[in-house]
Write a protein that binds this ligand. Structure first.
Ligand code: PHE
Ligand code: ZN
Length: 887
């Protein structure tokens, strides 16, 4: 294997920049095949920097046209240009550099730097895209003020946008025009952005808390103005929420969101000019589902919140990425929860977030790419925009709030901004602000940043009848991860309650401390093992452990089936009520999976399953519970989550077991499910609010259970919903039911759907992804879909909708025993590698867990990985992923 580990970037190698940049003036002459960029940088030697070398980085794709320092052209001997580095040794204390570069945006399929999408220009500079525009100290701890002049043909590019405020615009004659933008705030280069092209906007003026007014704009391609309202509402809600919850105001007179159809990620927080994947902007009832609406609100919030957590205070280096991402995900999660408003709505949001964590982050933390929330090294930073940095990072931030309380957390945030506004800082700085603002010692908490792996917390309990004392012993351990064999104990907040025989919460009195007796307490586990004693407990309680999922750990406790059914029915903590059901479901599903593997009859394999289904019936019919809660309670753990519970993953057996339980549930609860469909039909105009979405969610979960029966009744029901649907949520759910069944109308429905939505790229993505994840879809079917006229490998959304959906969301078919899924995967990774390394590397991650599969599959997976590893011209991105997987 050619793995050049000397290429790895290490956190311990951090040094301050030699030079700081005061101002940046950029002049763009935009042209799809030959864009010219004239950069004028004023630099000054950094007193904390080491050498007097000016070090700039530039990508291979850059052509250096001209270089001048302090007014004079630099001779070829005055600088060195090699390995993407432009170095000017022995430079003066102060220097003005003028750099002209030439770019070919149209040929840029990486979608980093300056690129063209549907005829318009866009930029993406995080993390290291600015070096594709000009030579620059492209690192986040160099913060400068930017002035940007854009020049382009007026007819083709009527709209010219960049960060900050529009200073001037005008005509240049010869059919061209210009716009001059100035950003009043210092920023790192990764937050630079420009947009140019034929775009239109919805705009509104918004009053800010301090009495100022801001202009808000949502820019889209012509024809999409009927899909911007929800993004605009979400933006206004985000502004208000950050004012109220954190006292943080919009610091600009103008805030823009621009939607682009070709985008590697979800969205980008460029100062004052957020650029979004269309998927997270465009919505109306015809094209968007309830979850699309919720995702748009969350992502608009996320990018807006970055203005303070990311932009005003940024990262010193990319190892600190979670400083802004973990914190901002936490903020967007809290925002979404507050927008729902109700306690049970908050709990459903929490459940959704934990589901993502378990489904995606736990496997990452247990696999070859496991890394700490603050990594120690990387080959390619793009590979570290991970669920660990984002979602586990958010859990780490949430734990501060759990330990310090909401007010304590707010004090910590206030101190963080007081100390660091305008700076590029580290995760340690954030932790110090939290500790200092609250007078707490959070030294040990640092291990959440430095140690990878999901900790396991084992609980053991003992009740003593005579003394009325109940003891909980918590022990922690953490499995080894790459480069970290042994781990030290974490500081873990474990929120608990105790239920009496009637299911009521008991007052929790710590031994010897009668001062207070709350019904929920946060136990602080800091040692390998600790015992907590509660007094005055009359009768052995059932413990409710890790309420609200108070820490990102796997909690083990030997609950009996009866305990779990009891918690499912009574726990006052809705998260744990849901969790109890998931634990029971997992237990039964694993028993069924074993039976499938051993060819034993499934009827006898899981004796408690009938009782479990009765518990689900009770929840389904309990109208005192929110529909949204009933929906998540009725959803079985995914095949991916079940896979993580097995020592050796057998995707076919898991699938068969889960399908068996789904059908059994549908048969047993048939009448209740039909009733739920009828009772939760929404009437009147579509609204994406949480209550209506919850009803649709429950109805569609019920419908999809019934569809498992695959009989004429269920065909008729799904077909009827499909034909009558007046919104995408109901439409796509019904189509899914049809496609996964043998309903006679399914081919026709698929075709009609395509014809009706041919002009809506985001809906065609759904059309591809629905087929890619259907049970009836095998490798040859996916290959056939690749040849469809609407398929386009260069568009990341489209590639994800077909290829990623098949490889990641259709495990039973992807893991075909003949290895054909893996061959397909290898071909696609190699094809994407040549177009867009970032997208290719994401797909490469599909094979992370290959060692956990049964031997025959694992061998075939390894072969596919090797094939990719040996492919010519492999990008650093893909190379890092496959070599770590094979290591
Ligand atoms: N910083 C962006 C976000 O989280 C994500 C992103 C990273 C987008 C890299 C593009 C490129 O909001
Ligand atoms: Zn972010």
């Amino acid at each position: 294997m050619r793995t050049d580990t000397t290429l790895a970037i290490r956190r311990s190698d951090y040094t301050e920049p030699n030079y700081l940049v005061e101002t940046v003036e950029l002049g763009f002459d935009l042209d799809p095949t030959d864009t010219r960029v004239a950069a004028r940088l004023t630099l000054r030697h950094n007193p904390d920097g080491r050498a007097n070398d000016i070090v700039l980085v530039g990508d291979d794709s850059l052509e250096l046209v001209q270089l001048r320092m302090n007014g004079k052209p630099l001779s070829r001997r005055a600088y060195r240009l090699a390995d993407n580095e432009l170095r000017i040794p022995n430079a003066p204390e102060e220097a003005v550099l003028e750099i002209e570069t030439a770019l070919k945006p149209e040929a840029n399929t990486s979608l980093m730097g300056l690129y063209v999408s549907n005829g318009n220009f866009f930029t993406q500079c995080e993390a290291e895209g600015f070096r594709k525009i000009t030579f620059f100290p492209d690192r986040p701890d160099v913060m400068a003020k930017y002035k940007v002049m854009l020049r382009a043909n007026r007819e083709q590019y009527p709209v010219l946008l960049s960060n900050g405020n529009l200073i001037e615009e005008g005509d240049l004659g010869d059919g061209r025009h210009y716009a001059l933008w100035e950003d009043p705030f210092r920023k790192p280069s990764y937050l630079f952005a420009l947009v140019a092209g034929k775009l239109v906007c919805q705009e509104e003026r918004c009053a800010l808390a301090d009495g100022r007014e801001a202009l808000l704009q949502v820019w889209v391609e012509e024809g999409n103005l009927d899909k911007t309202q929800h993004a605009m509402e979400s933006l206004k809600n985000s502004i208000r929420w950050d004012e109220e919850r954190f006292g943080l105001e919009l610091d600009l007179d103008r805030f823009m969101i621009v939607a682009v159809g070709d985008f590697n990620m979800g969205a980008m927080e460029n100062k004052g000019l957020n650029i979004f994947n269309t998927k997270y902007v465009l919505a109306n009832p015809r094209i968007a589902t309830d979850s699309d609406y919720a995702n748009i609100e969350a992502v608009v919030g996320h990018e807006y919140f970055h203005n303070w957590t990311g932009n005003r205070v940024t990262c010193r280096d990319w190892f600190q990425l979670s400083l802004k991402e973990g914190l901002t995900v936490f903020r967007d999660q809290e925002f979404s929860a507050d927008m729902v408003g109700t306690d049970s709505g908050r709990a459903v949001k929490r459940i959704d977030d934990v589901r993502v964590l378990r489904q995606a982050q736990f496997p990452e933390d247990a696999g070859p790419m496991a890394h700490p929330v603050r990594p120690d090294s990387y080959l390619e930073i793009n590979n570290f925009y991970t669920v660990t940095i984002y979602e586990k990072g958010s859990e780490v931030v949430r734990m501060y709030q759990t330990l310090l309380g909401r007010e304590g957390f707010r004090k910590g945030m206030d101190l963080y901004f007081e100390r660091h506004d305008g700076q590029a800082v580290t995760c340690d700085d954030f932790r110090a602000a939290m500790a200092d603002a609250n007078g707490r010692d959070l030294t040990q908490f640092e291990r959440w940043y430095s140690q990878a792996g999901t900790p396991r917390v084992r609980a053991e309990t003992r009740y003593d009848d005579a003394s009325r004392i109940y003891e909980i012993t918590l022990s922690q351990s953490c499995p080894p991860t790459p480069g970290q064999k042994t781990k030290l104990p974490f500081h873990i907040p474990v929120k608990i309650g105790l239920l009496d025989a009637q299911g009521r919460d008991l007052p929790l009195v710590f031994e010897g401390d009668l001062s207070e007796a709350p019904t929920t307490r946060v136990l602080e586990l800091t040692e390998a093992s600790q015992t907590f004693r509660f007094t005055g407990i009359f009768g052995e309680p059932v413990p409710s452990l890790l309420r609200d999922f108070s820490a990102p750990v796997i909690l083990e406790y030997d609950y009996s089936d009866d305990d779990l059914a009891f918690l499912m029915a009574h726990d006052s903590d809705p998260f744990n009520r849901w969790e109890a059901g998931q634990r029971l479901a997992t237990r039964h599903l694993l028993a069924l999976t074993r039976a499938v593997q051993e060819s034993r009859p499934l009827e006898e394999a899981a004796p408690g399953v009938a009782t479990f289904i009765e518990s689900l019936r009770a929840i389904l019919n309990d109208t005192t519970l929110d529909a949204a809660f009933r929906e998540v309670a009725l959803t079985l753990p995914s095949e991916g989550v079940l896979a993580e519970e097995m020592d050796v993953i057998d995707p076919q057996a898991i699938h068969a077991a889960r399908q068996y339980l789904r059908r059994m549930l549908a048969r047993t609860l048939r009448n209740d499910l039909v009733a739920a469909c009828n009772l939760n039909a929404t009437t009147g105009a579509y609204s994406p609010d949480a209550a209506s979405a919850g009803k649709r969610g429950l109805k569609n979960v019920a419908l999809l259970y019934l569809a498992e029966l695959d009989d004429t009744d269920s065909h008729a029901m799904t077909q009827a919903q499909y034909d009558r649907a007046d919104n995408m949520t109901d439409r796509i759910a019904a189509l899914m039911g049809l496609v996964n069944s043998s309903a006679p109308g399914k081919a026709d429905a698929l075709e009609r759907f395509y014809t009706e939505f041919e002009g809506e790229a985001l809906v065609i993505d759904k059309w591809f992804s629905l087929q890619a994840s259907a049970r009836t879809t095998h490798v040859p079917d996916v290959r056939r879909l690749m040849k469809h006229e609407a398929f386009n490998l260069k568009n990341p959304n489209r590639a994800r909708s077909l290829i990623f959906s098949f490889c990641n969301a259709n495990p039973a078919r992807f893991h075909a025993p003949d290895g054909s899924g893996y061959e397909y995967w290898a071909e696609q990774v190699i094809a994407l590698n040549a177009i867009n390394p970032q997208v290719a590397a994401r797909l490469a991650r599909t094979m992370d867990r290959w060692r956990k599969y049964d031997r025959l599959l694992a061998q075939l997976m390894k072969k596919a990985l090797q094939r990719v590893a040996e492919a010519p011209k492999l990008s650093k991105d893909v190379l890092e992923v496959v070599t770590k997987a094979l290591a």
